[in-house]
Design a protein around this ligand. Structure first.
Ligand SMILES: *[C@@H]1O[C@H](CO)[C@@H](O)[C@H](O)[C@H]1NC(C)=O
Length: 390
């Protein structure tokens, strides 16, 4: 056989094996709008043929399809070329690729997390199940605590607050689980000043929602849905922007000093939780890729940096940080305004662009210039992520 023939044959075999591999994932088009049954639940990836981020997701999508199928899930997995099925894409308000959505009853849920199998399957589990999961025994409560880092629980009988909690859950189920329980299911050590209550269990402790000091329930949940101290990636950092809290980060390389910074931040997060947890998230991030976009320069590593994501401004310590005391001085300096902020709104685009360039995340907003073919380039450089669009 000539080389050319061999090539053609192997290309054919490759195609054949690829198609057989996709049987767990249905190729969808506009007709879904007519054929879908009311109780069907769909997980759909909208893609564009030219989009490399979409191609990267293909193997993960197949794994998700096969895993959901083999676990007996009722969730159907599909993919849809959004550039060909315009009606369906419009129905789902697809503005960027890949867009990952779930469709349950009349509601579409947008996935905004890391494009990993684990992340997406957890999302499917959350969204396809009950909006609020009753924890009917102490065992179930403990089980929830062991499985999830952050656990929101409505405690008490039905009330107007429960309605507000349900409404918040409808919007935020894409980000976190919602539970309910009666008082006697919670440990005796948990003290609640009144019932009903909404409580978040995290960081080895719990916080109750206080309508007077915490503002709207949904905003409070959005603010409290991360651990006090955690490893932060670009997706998390972006999502933390909505919390309104400052973020204190150790930005790491592989030096000894890095570990020192990381443990200093962890110590302060742990030991001064009561003082700072309302205003500050703590964490560490590997590499300065994202942060460099923020400061528009090269942050020398390792580093300690405080970010104000509402304005995209940042703060750097004025003096070397060697002890917990130094770090506390820096934190207090930021809070009392004696440490000057740098950066600010004018660099919003740069940060967001940078987050994109590092293949981070999210939806790209597509403007009218999108018909052009250099999708990947314009996706990276011209589109502005907009996770609030729905
Ligand atoms: C962070 O930005 C917000 C929004 O402008 C501002 O209200 C807040 O005071 C800033 N926080 C600090 C510590 O500078």
């Amino acid at each position: 056989m000539s080389d050319k023939k061999t090539l053609v044959l192997s290309a054919f075999l490759l195609c054949a094996s690829v198609t057989s591999v996709w049987t767990f994932v249905e190729e969808l088009d506009d007709s879904l709008l007519d054929t879908r049954e009311e109780n069907d639940v769909w997980l759909i990836k909208f893609y564009a043929p030219w989009c490399s981020f979409c191609k990267q997701l293909d193997p993960v999508w197949h794994q998700i399809g096969s895993e959901l199928r083999s676990s007996g899930s009722h969730v159907n997995v599909g993919k849809c070329d959004a550039t060909a099925s315009l009606v369906l894409a419009k129905e789902f308000k697809v503005r960027g690729y890949p867009a990952i959505l779930m469709w349950k009853k009349d509601v579409k849920y947008n996935y905004l997390g890391a494009r990993t199998k684990e992340g997406i399957i957890e999302f499917v589990d959350r969204v396809s199940g009950p909006l609020i999961r009753p924890l009917t025994s102490m065992e179930l409560f403990q089980h929830a605590l062991s499985r999830h880092d952050v656990v929101f629980v409505y405690v008490g009988a039905s009330s107007p607050l429960k309605g507000v909690y349900s409404a918040a859950a409808q919007d935020l189920i894409i980000s976190t689980f919602f539970f309910s329980a009666s008082r006697d299911v919670l440990p005796k050590t948990v003290t609640l000043s009144s019932l009903p209550a909404v409580v978040v269990f995290k960081d080895g402790t719990y916080y109750s929602y206080n309508e007077v000091s915490d503002g709207e329930l949904k905003a409070w949940i959005n603010r409290e849905r991360f651990l006090n101290y955690m490893k932060v990636d670009s997706y998390t950092l972006y999502a933390m922007g909505e919390s309104g809290k400052l973020v204190l980060l150790a930005v790491l390389d592989d030096t000894q000093q890095s570990l020192r910074y990381k443990s200093l931040i962890q110590e302060v997060a742990q030991n001064y939780k009561d003082i700072y947890s309302r205003n500050i998230y703590f964490g560490f991030m590997e590499g300065n890729q994202y942060i460099n976009g923020l400061i528009m320069g090269e942050l020398s590593l390792p580093a300690i940096v405080m970010l104000n994501l509402s304005t995209d401004s940042y703060f750097l310590p004025l003096r070397p940080v060697d002890t917990e005391r130094h770090l506390l001085d820096f934190v207090d300096g930021v809070l009392d305004g004696s440490v000057q902020s740098q950066g600010g709104n004018t660099i919003t685009q740069q940060i967001r662009r940078l987050i994109y360039e590092s293949k981070a995340t999210l939806l790209a907003r597509f403007g009218s210039e999108d018909d052009e073919d250099d999708g990947k380039e314009s996706w990276c450089h011209r589109k502005i992520p907009n996770k609030k669009s729905d």
